[in-house]
Design a protein around this ligand. Structure first.
Ligand code: ZN
Length: 106
């Protein structure tokens, strides 16, 4: 079942083919402030809509990860690693339907 996700304004949209079984309510210094719930996927498993809008990027610490947020509404959408060989990224499950979040283990 395809799971759709969208920021508040709808500019940034992506989908994944499998619902997340587990979500990480990360308590690191940045994620607890964002209030994100991370679902982890391989980058090739996350399909951004072709007309998905631009994001702004925040980096901190050792600057290995880019935290993306919608340029229009500010919702944190995902993080990706600068290292292209790192086969993992995080998407913010808060952008998915509430039922999807409710069905996952946090
Ligand atoms: Zn938006």
């Amino acid at each position: 079942m395809t799971i759709q996700a969208s920021c508040h304004c709808g500019a940034v949209r992506f989908s994944v083919e499998t619902a997340p079984a587990e979500l990480n309510s990360c308590q690191c210094s940045i994620c607890r402030r964002y209030g994100t719930l991370w679902a982890y996927y391989r980058p090739r498993e996350v399909r951004f809509d072709a007309d998905s809008g631009p994001t702004d990027i925040y980096m901190w610490g050792d600057r290995e990860l880019e935290f993306h947020r919608c340029r229009t509404c500010g919702c944190v959408t995902h993080w990706s690693a600068l290292d292209q060989t790192y086969d993992r990224m995080g998407v913010n499950a808060r952008l998915m339907a509430p039922e999807v979040v409710a069905a996952a283990r946090i």
